[in-house]
Design a protein around this ligand. Structure first.
Ligand SMILES: [Zn+2]
Length: 454
């Protein structure tokens, strides 16, 4: 079929359709999640299809228009036709303040899904198809808004691009990078629910219906892609029978679930005592998830940082977590008071299980301390957002970029005494220019109990 640009077609076959005109279409993705009402962002029924790939097919000989939507999820096109347009929307987006980050969603599973090494399949993405019965001309100020179908991919892709967009504005990851996200995951990961490795994120049926899980896995991706450092993924202190037979875990900091002890899911939890690096890595991902759906700094937002935890707690097995369940799993990232803990009181491990906090793990590691995800997530949040005068007296809060630069300067995220590793990097004179926030850093660390009290 002969393909003719709009204006040329008008010249050749005048009167056959409208005059060539410009129109604007915006695409929205319906999303749903159990934790949708929590936070400042992602609380409506749709997210904008920012940076998403679309293909418009107009009638006659005009052919197709392939385009990437702008940051508002919109595009303009020229056509002679107002009727009978067909739009394909691919679960594929290019985003990034300072980068080309390509996000692709697959309705399948990676070729090798079990184990540490994962090779994703690379195939086509399946588009959503939208019939547009009528598209007004000259509508730049009030564009036609269309929606893709609500389905598993819409939830997963929608929450992911929203997470990326909201967080990347703080720091702006650089370079050309990929995020591959699959709806189908293997049996081992089906129980786990969510999994992140390199450029691959897999989300099980429950996980993709929780915006804070999607954003959590994305948070791991962001950290590892910024720093090039892998995560410390050894939670063995929690599994104390193997790692340290002498450890007497305090119930407040023990997340083992009696019905499900064999699965990785239960090896660590929001308030469980963990090796410091693991608690930090997970706490950082929780922090990024909160940042994705909250405005961190007053006066635009509350500054509190609302977050809803997602791992199921069976109170009969975990009675010391009853307050978290009663509170609908909500967590305030500024930290709870004794009167209203909102997820658990601040400096959780130090206050609720001091024997764990100071526990000598092994003879050769005396003094290396244990911490928890909730303490680290509040630490990172407080570092960029805490308005407490005892913290803000040390100057204007830094932005997310400083935290990420600190990761790079530390050079490893696998130390058992993670705060000590950061402290060495901060005190290195060659890092003074990237980190003039040492006093704030130490004060917020003490406040949230991630700095050992040796
Ligand atoms: Zn994680």
């Amino acid at each position: 079929m002969l393909t003719l640009p709009c204006a040329m077609a008008v010249a050749i076959v005048p009167g056959e359709a409208d005059a060539c005109h410009e129109s604007k279409i915006c695409v929205e993705i319906p999303v749903s999640a159990a934790d949708q009402p929590v936070g400042d962002f992602g609380v409506s029924e749709t997210v904008v299809a920012r940076g998403t790939r679309v293909r418009l097919v107009t009638p006659g000989a005009e052919g197709v228009t392939d385009v990437w939507l702008d940051d508002e999820g919109c595009f303009t096109y020229e056509s002679r036709y107002r009727y009978g347009l067909k739009l394909q929307v691919f679960p594929e987006a290019f985003l990034g303040v300072n980068a080309d980050v390509r996000i692709r969603g697959f309705d399948d599973r990676p070729a090798a899904v079990v184990g540490i090494e994962v090779s994703p399949t690379v195939g086509g993405t399946i588009p959503w198809r939208i019939d547009i019965d009528y598209a007004p001309a000259g509508n730049a100020d009030s564009p036609l808004v269309v929606h893709v179908n609500a389905d598993d991919m819409a939830d997963m892709f929608g929450w992911l691009i929203e997470s990326f967009y909201n967080v990347d504005g703080y720091a702006g990851i650089t370079g050309s990078r990929d995020i591959l996200v699959h709806t189908e995951i293997g049996d081992a990961q089906a129980a786990l629910g969510a999994y992140n490795s390199g450029d691959l994120i897999m989300l099980g049926p429950i996980a993709r219906n929780r915006k804070f899980i999607v954003a959590h896995e994305f948070g791991h991706w962001y950290q590892s892609n910024w720093t090039g450092l892998g995560l410390g993924v050894d939670y063995l202190y929690e599994d104390n029978g193997e790692a340290d037979p002498t450890a007497a875990k305090d119930a407040d900091c023990d997340f083992q679930n009696a019905t499900n002890t064999e699965e990785i899911n239960d090896l660590h939890g929001l308030r469980s005592a963990e090796y410091s690096a693991e608690a930090m890595s997970e706490g950082y991902a929780q922090f990024m998830a909160t940042l994705a759906f909250n405005i961190a700094v007053e006066p635009e937002g509350s500054g509190e940082g609302e977050y809803q935890y997602y791992k199921e707690i069976i109170v009969a097995n975990q009675p010391s977590y009853a307050d978290l369940v009663d509170g609908n799993y909500m967590v305030s990232l500024l930290g709870g008071t004794l009167e209203s803990t909102v997820g658990g009181r601040s400096a959780w491990v130090q206050n609720m299980c001091p024997a764990d906090w100071n526990h000598p793990l092994l003879p050769e590691s005396l003094g290396e301390h244990v911490s928890s995800e909730i303490d680290w997530m509040r630490f990172f949040w407080g570092f960029i957002a805490d308005p407490d005068p005892s913290i803000s007296m040390f100057g204007t809060p830094p932005d997310l970029r400083v935290v990420l630069d600190l990761f790079s300067a530390a050079g490893t995220l696998e130390a058992q005494d993670q705060y000590g590793t950061f402290e060495v990097a901060i005190n290195n004179p060659s890092n003074a220019s990237i980190f003039p926030f040492a006093q704030r850093f130490e004060s917020i660390a003490i406040k949230n109990g991630v700095k050992s009290n040796e």
